[in-house]
Structures are given as C-alpha cells and as structure tokens.
Design a protein around this ligand. Structure first.
Ligand code: MRU
Length: 348
C-alpha cells in the first residue's frame, strides 16, 4: 500500500499526484512556501493527507525561524495563518495547524530547539495516528458490507488521500482482509479525475478489482443492480451530519436513496467539525474554471467560453446511512452520535 508523504533529513517528500498514473515522481520540499503551493496545486490532496502535509510544512518553517522565543512565536503564528488557508474546505488542514500551534502556545518556557523537536514529533505522531485511524475505521466499515459486494466510490478517499490505507478505500481494504469478495466501481470524478487516475491506480496496484465509470453512469449502474453500497470519504462533516465531499457526491447520494442503496461516509474524527452546526456553514472551494475546460493539453470547449468549478458539494445528513469513524459507526440523529464518536477519540 502506497504512503504518499515521507519526511526525512529535514526534507518533505510528496508523491506528485498531478502526474499519476503516467509518472510516479516524488517532489522534495525544504521550504514551507513550497508546501503551501503543493497543497494549493493538488500535488497532495485529500483531507487527511493535506493535514499531515501541513504539519510537516510547519516543521520546515520552524527550522528557519529565529532561535529566540518572541521572534520565533511571531513568525510561527504568521506561517500557521498562511498554511491554514492553503485550501478552505477540508477541516483537517486547519485542525492539524491548530494542533501544531497549540504546542507552541502551551509551552512558553521551552527553548526554540526544544520546540523544533516537539513539532517534528507531533507531525510524525499525526502521520502514524492517521494510518491507525484509517485501519480502525476500515474494520468498523467492513462489517457493514456483505461477503460479496460491489462498492461505488467517488473521488479518491484512499491511501493517496491520507497518510496511508485510506478512508473509503480503507473500508474496502479491510473487507478484503476479512476475506470478503469486493470490487469497486470508481466514478472518474471530473475534472481532476481522482477516480480514474488515483483510485484506479492504487486499487490496481494492490490487486483489488476496480472498474472506472464516467460520472454520468452511476444512476444506470444503480438502476441495473450493479451497486450494493456507496462508500465515500469527506472533507468536513458538520455537527448535524451534513457532509462536504468532492463535487458530485451529493448527486450520488440522491441516486443511492432513490434506489434504496446504503450511502456510507468514512472519515476520521479529525474531519468532523462540531463548531459548524450545518453544512450551510462549510466553505466550498471555487477553483479555476480553466481546469474544467481543458483535459491535459486538449481544450474541450470553444475559446472564450467560461466554466464553473465548485470543487465540493454538501450531502444533507438525511441521505447518509451512517458515518464510519475510527471510534465506531455513527447513525442519525448525528448531533448526538457524532459528539459521542469525537469524545471517544479524545478519551472523553
Ligand atoms: O480535491 P481533493 O482531491 O482534495 O478532494 C478530496 C476528496 O473530496 C476526498 O473524498 C476527501 O478529502 C476524503 S479523503 C480521505
């Protein structure tokens, strides 16, 4: 199983997801600004993966700041503010930055060299904990699937979107580990093609059967009985269970409800934002419409025509059968069950 983020010798190595599946190239980053740009430009993407990446970006930044405390604190706060807004929708980014910053503000007596060690340890701990959370949620989710199933997924919520193992694809991997026969229908996920390029790449690599469909085929597949369950990831989940995920997820959830197919969301508790009461408050990233108009080098629409590109949508909680977290499975009413899942994660 691929792990898309590595940190050694004060260098962050990221598998360049823009180039998959044609090229497997790793970028080596030593500057925090390069990390901000890598998140913004989708070198690394997926909610948990950008959180862990940001944490390492702050480690790089900490290494370059002055050795005296007031100056270090000021520079670190400014870097955290810039890192946290590299992308707006996935809450894991702000969550990871907040955790790193809290370490600094909670230890005013520590030396800067001591802080640098603590920050690196914290980033490493987040990376390890993410893989553990994905394995745990994967095993909770796998129990919800039958022994022989076809799972439809949207976007890439796999090892590539996390520190490893994946969330939605973590459920698939865990089901395979339990001896279940699982095949995946991967929505291609226009315009960045996370499904066709990334989900298909990592499943194929691991020998898990995967069939790519274009985004407009999922209704037909459900209507003809080809889908047993939908499992997707999330970028942010509001306290009432509304789910922000890759654009097109909402459409899939409506279709699943129409056809009586369970719609599961798999996400670690770090993706749950209890501070937002509903999905209406989740900021939706708007990306450059040019990314919709062009595939590779090829322009799909006449020059001069514009395109819209909201990168995420909100699936209302009423369409969500269950939310699978590392501490267990939450079902409606989500106000109650998500609080319980989050409290369990922090030992509360
Ligand atoms: O724009 P992306 O590729 O970062 O969007 C990713 C998704 O929407 C994923 O489904 C989500 O982050 C969950 S990843 C485990």
């Amino acid at each position: 199983m691929i792990q898309p983020i590595a940190f050694r010798d004060n260098t962050l190595r990221l598998l360049d997801q823009r180039l998959l599946p044609a090229h497997e190239e790793w970028l080596e980053l030593a500057e925090p600004q390069q990390v901000i740009e890598a998140i913004r430009d989708l070198v690394v993407r997926g909610a948990p993966a950008i959180g862990v990446t940001a944490a390492y970006g702050l480690v790089l930044g900490a290494g370059q700041l002055p050795d005296s405390r007031p100056e270090f604190d000021e520079g670190f706060a400014e870097l955290c503010a810039r890192m946290a807004v590299a992308r707006p929708t996935a809450v894991n980014l702000a969550w990871a930055v907040r955790r790193m910053r809290a370490l600094v503000t909670a230890t005013p007596e520590a030396s800067v060299s001591g802080l640098r060690v603590m920050l690196l340890d914290e980033a490493r701990a987040m990376q390890v904990a993410d893989v553990e959370a994905n394995r745990a949620l994967g095993h909770h989710g796998a129990k919800l699937l039958g022994d022989e199933v076809t799972v439809l997924t949207h976007c890439n919520a796999g090892a590539l979107a996390t520190a490893g193992y994946g969330t939605a694809l973590g459920v698939v991997r865990a089901a395979v580990e339990l001896g279940k026969s699982v095949s995946v229908l991967a929505d291609e996920t226009r315009p960045y093609l996370q499904g066709a390029r990334l989900t298909a790449w990592e499943l194929h690599r691991d020998g898990i059967p995967c069939t790519v469909i274009t985004d407009n085929m999922s209704g037909h597949m459900m209507q003809t009985g080809a889908v047993d369950a939908v499992v997707v990831g999330a970028d942010r989940i509001a306290a009432n269970g509304d789910v922000a995920n890759k654009i097109g997820t909402y459409m899939v959830a409506v279709l699943a409800r129409e056809h009586g197919i369970p719609f599961y969301v798999a996400a670690p508790t770090s993706t749950i934002d209890l501070e937002l009461s509903t999905g209406d408050e989740i900021p939706i990233e708007e990306r450059d419409g040019e990314e919709v108009l062009v595939i590779g080098e090829e322009r799909m629409a006449p020059l001069g025509v514009s395109a819209a590109y909201p990168a995420f949508d909100i699936t209302p909680a009423r369409l969500v059968t269950a939310i699978i977290t590392e501490t267990g499975v939450a079902i409606a009413p989500y106000e109650e069950s998500l609080r319980v899942r989050c409290a369990a994660a922090t030992g509360g």
